[in-house]
Design a protein around this ligand. Structure first.
Ligand SMILES: C[C@H](O)[C@H](O)[C@H]1CNC2=NC(N)=NC(=O)C2=N1
Length: 97
C-alpha cells in the first residue's frame, strides 16, 4: 500500500508547486482558462496521463474554472503518487496559460 508523506515532505513538494495548496489531506489547484472548451481540453489531457499512471485526481469543472484535487483514496491522504500527478497536471495547465 502507498505510504503517506510527512508534512515536511509535502511542504517540499509544494515548494516546487507554488500554485498548489494542501487542503484537507489533498493537493489542490484551482485553474482558470479562457473558456469551457479549453478547460475540457485540459481535463482530457489530464485524464490520459491519470489513466497511464493508474492514479486519478478528483476534478470539479465549472465553465472555465477547474479544481484538481490529488490524494490517494486508499490511504486517505497525500503520497508520492499525488506529488507526481500534481507535477504532471501543473505542466499541462502551465502549457495552456
Ligand atoms: C485498482 C487501482 O489501481 C486503484 O483503484 C487506484 C486507481 N486510481 C486511484 N486514484 C487515486 N487518487 N487514489 C487511489 O487510491 C486510486 N486507486
Amino acid at each position: 500500500m502507498a505510504e503517506l508523506l510527512s508534512d515536511p515532505e509535502i511542504g517540499k513538494a509544494l515548494g516546487r508547486l507554488p500554485r498548489w495548496r494542501l487542503v484537507e489531506g489533498g493537493l489542490v489547484l484551482v485553474a482558470e482558462f479562457a473558456d469551457f472548451a479549453t478547460a475540457i481540453r485540459v481535463v482530457n489531457r489530464v485524464a490520459e496521463l491519470a489513466e497511464r499512471a493508474d492514479h486519478h485526481p478528483d476534478i470539479d469543472i465549472r465553465w472555465n474554472k477547474v479544481t484538481f484535487r490529488c490524494s490517494t483514496h486508499t490511504v486517505n491522504g497525500v503520497t508520492a503518487k499525488d506529488t507526481a500527478l500534481a507535477t504532471e497536471i501543473d505542466g499541462v495547465v502551465s502549457a495552456v496559460d
